[in-house]
Design a protein around this ligand. Structure first.
Ligand code: HEC
Ligand code: HEC
Length: 203
């Protein structure tokens, strides 16, 4: 079975230390729609959290400053626009302030860093301010999710974490920022449950 082969490939990343894993994905169809929808509701609590959604913004190319750390939710200060590149190459590169660092630590109100180059998610992966049904449709659509099935989505989360990427940062943002809820391994497990239930979406 295809997912079983993928699972084998995922189970033992070479040289990885204790990293979250895509452990034993449930058999497709083995999770009820009800449980799949409950798992999706938790997935949405993560992806709509400011630590994730502030970068998954739409076609105005603006990163957002929102969450309990910010007095008012609004576009990134200093008139930052990420442009078509989503890295600010056209104006002021994100990396001017968001350095690519060897750890995820950052001080309060300093520009957050990650171990990969800071940038916005592609426009079609927009989440900020969208409903659970809208984000669910986006994440289920290969045209808009980087051509990934549900196991590949889970694998993306795992691999990002292994490289100190943005998902790792969202769950461990440092600088007194509130992390995304539930924890990374639970989030991966919820994506797999949702997938095994057939990627059901709320109305
Ligand atoms: C610094 C900006 C940034 C932050 C913060 C961020 N992401 Fe992303 N995200 C990206 C970029 C860039 C991509 C595109 C990379 C790719 O598809 O390989 C992406 C792609 C994704 C994808 C691929 C599939 C899809 O449909 O969007 C998932 C899943 C994802 N991010 C989850 C998360 C989660 C969960 C969090 C919070 C814990 C998060 N991201 C926080 C920038 C960010
Ligand atoms: C001039 C410096 C500077 C540049 C350039 C810059 N940022 Fe920032 N960014 C900051 C600072 C400082 C903060 C933290 C503000 C705070 O905590 O009050 C921040 C915070 C953020 C946040 C919020 C993180 C969170 O959830 O708390 C996002 C998202 C973000 N930046 C994305 C970007 C993107 C994408 C680019 C490039 C298009 C960019 N920034 C360019 C300085 C900068």
């Amino acid at each position: 079975m295809r997912w079983a082969a993928l699972l084998l490939a995922l189970a033992a990343p070479a040289g990885a230390e204790v990293m979250p894993s895509v452990v034993a994905p449930p058999e497709p169809g083995s999770v009820s729609i009800t449980d799949g929808l409950a798992a999706w509701a938790r997935v949405y609590e993560v992806v709509s959290h400011p630590r994730c959604a502030n970068c998954h913004t739409g076609s105005d190319h603006r990163p957002m400053w929102s969450g309990p750390e910010y007095d008012n939710a609004g576009p990134h200060g200093m008139n930052i626009i990420a442009g078509e590149s989503r890295m600010g190459i056209e104006t002021l590169p994100c990396a001017t302030c968001h350095v690519t660092a060897s750890t995820l630590d950052s001080a309060p109100h300093a520009a957050p860093n990650a171990m990969i180059d800071w940038r916005l998610a592609p426009v079609e992966m927009e989440w900020f301010g969208l409903t659970s049904a809208q984000v669910c449709a986006q994440m289920s659509d290969p045209e808009r999710n980087g051509d990934r099935d549900w196991i590949e989505l889970a694998r993306h989360l795992q691999e990002d974490a292994a490289h100190g990427g943005f998902v790792a940062w969202g769950f461990q943002p440092g600088g007194d920022r509130q992390p995304a809820p539930h924890g990374l391994q639970s989030h991966i497990d919820d994506v797999l449950k949702w997938g095994a239930a057939g990627q059901p979406c709320p109305e």
